[in-house]
Design a protein around this ligand. Structure first.
Ligand SMILES: C[S@@+](CC[C@H](N)C(=O)[O-])C[C@H]1O[C@@H](n2cnc3c(N)ncnc32)[C@H](O)[C@@H]1O
Length: 189
């Protein structure tokens, strides 16, 4: 199939797949049902490792079940991603965030700006050159717009000689359309 403009989440996967190498250590900062974690596991393969976080035990269990047969090493934590630096080493190939709430679960459990930004700080610190940070933002739910604005401001302030930063959103949809923010760390000279 010829290349086509994709929805933001599909674009996140496309960018991450292009940047991640077999054997990388990568992070899913918001496990949910484990779809993104499984995608990451398939990208890094048998020599790689996926580290995951979620504040809901049910999410960690669902992700663990989904990843049961994958070849990558898997290290899932029932705690907030603000603890990322306690569990992840330097040299990460990718860190993915899918913000908001878990569909078909408790919609009152949402990601929050302060903890999301704390985790982003750690992710930026631990990324390897050419590694990628992706964040799916959802401005449509209560609190989602504020969080999306704060995350976008954080991305926009990353130093331009250190990071390539992009935003991907359908501009002809509703103002609450989800969007992707992605930042790739530039190679060291
Ligand atoms: C949109 S869902 C993630 C979807 C998931 N990536 C997937 O593939 O199914 C957002 C998740 O973030 C989790 N979450 C909320 N606050 C969090 C925090 N501080 N740290 C880690 N996860 C958090 C929620 O419990 C929820 O499962």
């Amino acid at each position: 199939m010829k290349w086509q403009v994709r929805k933001p989440l599909a674009m996140a996967h496309e960018l991450v797949k292009a940047c991640v190498q077999s054997g990388d250590v990568v992070v899913d900062a918001t496990l949910g049902n484990g779809h993104d974690a499984l995608f990451l596991a398939n990208c890094v393969g048998a020599r790689g490792r996926v580290i995951g976080f979620d504040v809901q035990q049910a999410a960690v269990e669902a992700s663990s079940a989904r990843l049961a047969d994958c070849e990558a090493a898997v290290d899932l934590h029932h705690c907030g991603h603000e603890k990322l630096a306690d569990f992840a080493p330097a040299g990460l190939g990718a860190v993915m965030f899918n913000l908001g709430y878990l569909p078909n679960a408790d919609h009152s459990v949402i990601t929050l700006p302060a903890t999301t930004l704390a985790a982003l700080e750690s992710a930026v610190e631990l990324m390897r050159p050419r590694g990628i940070l992706s964040v799916m933002c959802y401005p449509g739910h209560d609190g989602g717009r504020e969080e999306a604005n704060e995350v976008e401001a954080y991305f926009a302030a990353l130093p331009r000689y250190g990071w390539q930063v992009v935003k991907h959103q359908h501009l002809n949809g509703p103002a609450t359309s989800p969007f992707l923010l992605a930042a790739q760390k530039r190679a060291e000279k």
